[in-house]
Ligand binder design. Sequence first.
Ligand SMILES: [Zn+2]
Ligand SMILES: [Zn+2]
Length: 131
Amino acid sequence: MLKCERCGGRVRRVHRTFVERFTYMGIYECRDCDTEKFYPRRYMYHFGPHCRCPYCGTFRVTRLKAPDKIDRVHTGFLNFLEKQFGGRLHHCRFCRMQFYDRRILTSEDITGTTQEGPEPTSPKDQADSDA
Ligand SMILES: [Zn+2]
Ligand SMILES: [Zn+2]
């Protein structure tokens, strides 16, 4: 059962707008303090200026020079598109997953800003249950 991060109260799922349904897996609102909690959908990891793992959302990925024969390659339409449009091969050591991404690594960004927000604390808790 989900709890409010601010007061620990019970939360309820709120109805999403048409646009929000494509952006978030779910939006929850606290009954006590009206704090809202947004759970972004996984494909939102494909937006933003920096390369990140499409599976767990971490920015701590490495670029591969050649495909790794052991770890699996992320499958999916967006990954296919990234490859078609010149995406380079990357690797997430947390998921042991290879994927294609056209964006720069956060370590390559001279501005040093990560505007996507904090990384998810427990990626495995994010289930695509509402697909
Ligand atoms: Zn609350
Ligand atoms: Zn990952």
